[in-house]
Design a protein around this ligand. Structure first.
Ligand code: TPP
Ligand code: MG
Length: 907
C-alpha cells in the first residue's frame, strides 16, 4: 500500500503537521519549523529528530515554557506503512480459512438457539476479532511442541465460538461437538459456553470470561514464568503470554489494576491485545470519547509499549495525501459514538459527515467513489496491519506491549447487528442475514446449506485444510491445548508429623507460629524444598515470617539494587533474583493471581510447585472470591492460609478485619478442601496429606483453605489413632472424666481456638453441674458434609440397596445425648452437619459484625466463651427435659451473663 509518499518520513511529518491545525496565528513560521523537521527526518532520520526535539523540550522547560502533557499520539497507526513488514502468508487462502471459521462460529450459536432459545451465545464478538486471532494462529502463537514450551494464550471468553470453530477445521473437534455447543450433558459431550479448564481439561488453559480476571492473571502468569526461569526451575525460554480482551472489559479495576507491575518487572514476555470494537454490552464503551486514546494514555503512563492499529491499508494513501494535517485533526476530534455510526453507514454518509466537515478534507477524497469509501476498513480487519503490530510486539525488549486494535463489533453481520447497540446479544439470524453473510465472505455454499446454517468442513486434502495444518505444524502444534504430565513429588514422610504429635509442653504457640515452623521445614526439605512458593501480600512480619526474608529471600527479577537499611541485622530484608518468596505488596488480587500461576505450573510448565499463600483471612474470599472461583476452574493446586482468622480471636481489629465467615464462602467452591484446625498435629497431618493428594501419584485437582489463628495456647499431644478423624473432619479429643447420670450426656464440638473454651466448659459442666461431656475436635465441617451428602445421594438413587452410612453417622452412631458446637465462625459453619447428628446440633457462633475489643470481651459478646458454652449446654439439656429450666436460669446468674445484653447478631 505504499504510494511512494507514505514512507516513514512522509507519514511522520504528516503527524507533526497535524499539530498546526487549527487556530494558527503565524502559519508561515509554523511551516518553516515543520520544514526544518522534515529536512532533518529526510537527511538524518528519526533518531536525530528525536534528539533535537528532546533538546528543544529541555530548553523550553528551562525557559518556563510548559508544554501541555499528553500521553497520546495522533489517532492513527503507530507503525507507519513504510515500516510495515511484508506479509509472510498466503492472504487469499488465509481469507478463505477465516471466512469458514466465521461461518461455523456463527452457525454454532444459531443452531444452539434454534434448538433452545434460552441457550444464548455470542456471534458479534468473534466477528469483530476473527482477524486478530487468525493472524496469530497462522503466524505467531507457538504451540506446545515448541522447545521451551508454547505460548500461553488467554482467549477473550465470549469469543470462544471462533476458537471452537478453528479447532473443528483442524479436526480436533467434531460436528457433534459443535452441534452440542452449550449442551455439555448431551451424549458424546458438548462444548462449554466459555473457556473452562474444569469442564474441558484437555482443551482450555485459562478461564477468562469473568471480565478483568484474564488480564490480571496473565500479568502474574508472565511474572511467574520469569520466576521459574530466574530460579532455574525451568530453562530460559522466549515463550509469550498473550492476553486477548475487550475494550469494555477495561472498565474492570482488575484489568488495569496491575499494569504497572508488568512494566516494573520488565515483562517483555507479555502481550495484551485489546479488541477495541468501541462497544460493550449495552452500547458504546466511550461514546463521548475515544477508548483507544484513553487506553493508550493509561498504558503509556504505566510504561508499556503501545501499538495502535486504527486504520486499514485503504487509509494509507489518504493519510499520506494529508499535507496540512486536517485529516488527523478530524480523526482526533471525532468521538467513538460517531465512529460507531460511520461503521454502519455507507460511503456517501462518510463523505458527507466525516470528510464533509472541512472543505479541504473533502477534497482529499474527491477522486474516491462512495463504494471505495464504504470499503475503508478499520485496522483490526486488515491482516497486514495486525501482522505488523504483532511482529513489533513479539520483538519488543524490556517492556510489555499492548496492541490496541480498532474493529467493528458484529463485523459482517450487516443489518443483523453490525455496529449496532443490540449486537452483543444477537444470536438468531434470519435467512436473509445468512445469505448476506455468505455473499459478504464469498462462501461457496448452496442456498439450502445457508438456510439450514450447516457447518462446513472442507476435505482434508483441500488447500485450506492443508495450509492450516502446515502453519500449526511450523508453529509447534495446536492451541488451545491443556496437558498435565508433571512428575510426582515425594511427600514428606511420617517423621514430619512426629515432630508435632507430642504437643508443645509448657510452650504456648499460635497455629500461625506453628505453620511458619512447618513451612520452614518444607522449605528445607531436600525433595520438595525448591518447589515451595511462599506468597504474601505485605503481611510477612504480621505472621512472623520475616526470618525467611534473609534465609530464602524475596524474589526480584533485578535482584537487590540497594543495601537494605537492616543489612547488619540478623534478619535483613533481602531481595534476590533467585529469591523464593513472592512478596507481592498490598494486592490480594495480585497475590491470588500468583497463587494461581504457581498452583497450575504442573500444566503450564510441566513442573509441580507448591504455593502457600498466607494472608489476612478477611481479605480472602470476601475480597477475591471470583479469583478463588477461577482458581478452582483452573484446577489450581496449593494451600490458601487464612491467617488472623476468627471473629473473636483477632482482637482489637474490629468490624473490617475480624473474619467469621470465610469458611462459609470457602464451602461454596466445589474442589476446595477446607480445614479449621486447633492443634499443631492436626495442622501437620492436614498439610502433609494435602501435599500427598495434590503432588503425589494421585495429583488430585483440589486446593486447600486452612484457617490459622494468633491465639497462643498449649498445643496438646495427639490422642492415639486420631489421624483418620483429623482428615475426615472429626475425632474424639477428650472423654468426660465423670460418668453420665440419668441420661445427662453431652457432646461438645469445638474447632480452632474455641476448642480451648470447649475443654474448659467440659470441666465446668463436670465440676459445677455434675454433667458428663465428651469433647470432639472438628477439623472440618465442610469435609464431613461433603462426604455425607454423597452418601445421602447414593442412598436416594439406590433405594433397594442397604443404605450406606456417612462418616459422621458412623462416628456418632453409638453416641447418645445432646450435641453442642462452638465456633469462632458463623453458626452456619457447624450447622453444615446438623442433619446427620443424632437429635440435631445446637450451634454457637459469631454471627454479626466484628468489634474492637479484647478477646474475652468479644467471646462473651458473641456468646462463645466457656460460660456461654456451659449455659448453651444446660439449655439444651433442659429442652430435652433432662434438667429444670431453673438450673439454666441460675447458671446464667452464677456465671455472670447478662441475659439482656445486646444481641451480637444485629449490633
Ligand atoms: C465480571 C463480569 N461482568 C459482566 C459480565 C457480562 N458481560 C459479558 S460480555 C460483556 C461485554 C463485554 O464488552 P467488551 O469487553 O467490550 O467485549 P466485546 O464483546 O465488545 O469484544 C459483559 C458486560 C462478565 N462476563 N463478567
Ligand atoms: Mg467491546
Amino acid at each position: 500500500m505504499d504510494n511512494g509518499n507514505s514512507g516513514v518520513n512522509g507519514s511522520s511529518s504528516a503527524i507533526l503537521e497535524s499539530i498546526s491545525v487549527p487556530n494558527d496565528v503565524d502559519m508561515v513560521e509554523t511551516r518553516e519549523w515543520l520544514d526544518s523537521l522534515s529536512s532533518v527526518l529526510q537527511t538524518s532520520g528519526i533518531d536525530r529528530a528525536e534528539y533535537l526535539l528532546t533538546q528543544l523540550r529541555l530548553k523550553a522547560h528551562t525557559a518556563g515554557v510548559h508544554i501541555p502533557f499528553t500521553a497520546n499520539t495522533p489517532y492513527i497507526n503507530t507503525i507507519p506503512p513504510g515500516k510495515q513488514p511484508a506479509y509472510p502468508g498466503d492472504r487469499e487462502i488465509e481469507r478463505k480459512i477465516k471466512s469458514l471459521i466465521r461461518w461455523n462460529a456463527m452457525a454454532m450459536v444459531v443452531h444452539a438457539n434454534e434448538l433452545d432459545g434460552t441457550l444464548g451465545g455470542h456471534i458479534s464478538t468473534f466477528a469483530s476479532c476473527a482477524t486478530l486471532y487468525e493472524v496469530a494462529f497462522n503466524h505467531f502463537f507457538r504451540g506446545p511442541e515448541t522447545p521451551g514450551g508454547g505460548d500461553l494464550v488467554y482467549f477473550q471468553g465470549h469469543a470462544s465460538p471462533g476458537i471452537y470453530s478453528r479447532a473443528f477445521l483442524e479436526g480436533r473437534l467434531s460436528e457433534q461437538h459443535l452441534k452440542n455447543f452449550r449442551r455439555e450433558l448431551e451424549p458424546g459431550g458438548g462444548l462449554s459456553s466459555y473457556p473452562h479448564p474444569w469442564l474441558m481439561p484437555n482443551f482450555w488453559q485459562f478461564p477468562t470470561v469473568s471480565m478483568g480476571l484474564g488480564p490480571i492473571m496473565s500479568i502474574y502468569q508472565a511474572k511467574f514464568n520469569r520466576y521459574l526461569q530466574d530460579r532455574k526451575i525451568v530453562p530460559p525460554s522466549d515463550r509469550k503470554v498473550w492476553c486477548f480482551l475487550g475494550d469494555g472489559e477495561c472498565d474492570e479495576p482488575e484489568t488495569l489494576g496491575a499494569i504497572n507491575l508488568a512494566s516494573r518487572e520488565h515483562l517483555d514476555n507479555l502481550i495484551f491485545v485489546i479488541n477495541c470494537n468501541l462497544q460493550r454490552l449495552d452500547g458504546p464503551v466511550r461514546g463521548n470519547g475515544k477508548i483507544i486514546q484513553e487506553l493508550e494514555a493509561a498504558f503509556k503512563g504505566a510504561g508499556w509499549n503501545v501499538i495502535k492499529v486504527v486504520w486499514g491499508s485503504e487509509w494509507d494513501p489518504i493519510i499520506a495525501r494529508d499535507r496540512t494535517g486536517i485529516l488527523l485533526h478530524r480523526m482526533n476530534e471525532t468521538v467513538d459514538g460517531e465512529y460507531q455510526k460511520y461503521a454502519i453507514e455507507d460511503g456517501a454518509y462518510l463523505r458527507e459527515h466525516f470528510f464533509g466537515k472541512y472543505p479541504e478534507l473533502l477534497k482529499l477524497v474527491e477522486d474516491y467513489s462512495d463504494e471505495q469509501l464504504t470499503k475503508l476498513r478499520r485496522g483490526g480487519h486488515d491482516p497486514l496491519k495486525v501482522y505488523a503490530a504483532y511482529k513489533a510486539a513479539t520483538e519488543t525488549k524490556g517492556v510489555p506491549t499492548v496492541v490496541l486494535v480498532k474493529t467493528v463489533k458484529g463485523y459482517g453481520l450487516g443489518e443483523a447487528g453490525e455496529g449496532m447497540n443490540i449486537t452483543h446479544g444477537q444470536k438468531k439470524l434470519k435467512a436473509k442475514h445468512l445469505l448476506d453473510f455468505r455473499t459478504r465472505f464469498n462462501l461457496p455454499f448452496s442456498d439450502e446449506d445457508v438456510s439450514k446454517a450447516r457447518f462446513f468442513l472442507p476435505d482434508q486434502d483441500s488447500p485450506e485444510i492443508k495450509y492450516l495444518h502446515e502453519r500449526r505444524k511450523a508453529l509447534g502444534g495446536y492451541l488451545p491445548v491443556r496437558t498435565s504430565k508433571a512428575p510426582d513429588l515425594k511427600t514428606p514422610g511420617q517423621e514430619f508429623i512426629k515432630r508435632y504429635v507430642t504437643g508443645s509442653g509448657d510452650k504456648s504457640p499460635s497455629t500461625t507460629g506453628v505453620f511458619v515452623d512447618m513451612l520452614g521445614h518444607f522449605l528445607k526439605d531436600k525433595d520438595i524444598g525448591a518447589r515451595v512458593v511462599p506468597i504474601i501480600p505485605d503481611e510477612g512480619r504480621t505472621f512472623g515470617m520475616d526470618p525467611f526474608f534473609t534465609t530464602f529471600k524475596i524474589y526480584s527479577h533485578v535482584g537487590q539494587l540497594y543495601e537494605p537499611v537492616d543489612a547488619k541485622m540478623a534478619v535483613a530484608y533481602r531481595e534476590a533474583i533467585d529469591g523464593q518468596i513472592l512478596e507481592e505488596g498490598i494486592t490480594e488480587a495480585g497475590a491470588m493471581s500468583s497463587f494461581i500461576a504457581a498452583g497450575t505450573s504442573y500444566t503450564t510448565h510441566g513442573v509441580q510447585m507448591i504455593p502457600f499463600y498466607i494472608y489476612y483471612s478477611m481479605f480472602g474470599f470476601q475480597r477475591i472470591g471470583d479469583l478463588a472461583w477461577a482458581a478452582a476452574d483452573l484446577r489450581t493446586r496449593g494451600f490458601m492460609l487464612g491467617a488472623t482468622a476468627g471473629r473473636t480471636t483477632l482482637s482489637g481489629e474490629g468490624l473490617q478485619h475480624e473474619d467469621g465467615h470465610s469458611h462459609l464462602v470457602a464451602s461454596t467452591v466445589p474442589n476446595l478442601v477446607a480445614y479449621d484446625p486447633a492443634y499443631a498435629y492436626e495442622l501437620a497431618i492436614i498439610l502433609r496429606d494435602g501435599i500427598r493428594r495434590m503432588t503425589g501419584p494421585t495429583q488430585e485437582d483440589v486446593f486447600y483453605y486452612i484457617t490459622l489463628y494468633n491465639d497462643n495456647y498449649p498445643m496438646l499431644p495427639m490422642p492415639e489413632g486420631s489421624e483418620e478423624g483429623v482428615l475426615k473432619g472429626i475425632y474424639k479429643l477428650k472423654k468426660s472424666s465423670i460418668e453420665a447420670q440419668g441420661g445427662k450426656k453431652v457432646h461438645l464440638f469445638g474447632s480452632g481456638p474455641i476448642l480451648v473454651h470447649t475443654l474448659k466448659a467440659q470441666q465446668m459442666l463436670a465440676e459445677q453441674f455434675g454433667i458428663a461431656a465428651d469433647v470432639w475436635s472438628v477439623t472440618s465441617y465442610r469435609e464431613l458434609r461433603r462426604e455425607a451428602l454423597e452418601v445421602d445421594r447414593w442412598n436416594m438413587l439406590h433405594p433397594t440397596h442397604t443404605p450406606k452410612l456417612s462418616y459422621i453417622e458412623k462416628i456418632l452412631g453409638e453416641e447418645e445425648g445432646v450435641f453442642i458446637a462452638a465456633s469462632d465462625h458463623m453458626r452456619s459453619v457447624p450447622e453444615m452437619i446438623t442433619r446427620w447428628v443424632p437429635g440435631g446440633l445446637f450451634a454457637l457462633g459469631t454471627d454479626g459484625f466484628g468489634r474492637s475489643e479484647t478477646r474475652p470481651s468479644l467471646r462473651r459478646h458473641f456468646e462463645i466463651d466457656t460460660e456461654c458454652i456451659t449455659v448453651g449446654t444446660l439449655y439444651q439439656l433442659s429442652k430435652k427435659g433432662l434438667i429444670e429450666t431453673s438450673v439454666v436460669a441460675d447458671a446464667i446468674t452464677k456465671l455472670g451473663i447478662d441475659p439482656e445484653k445486646i444481641s451480637p447478631m444485629t449490633a
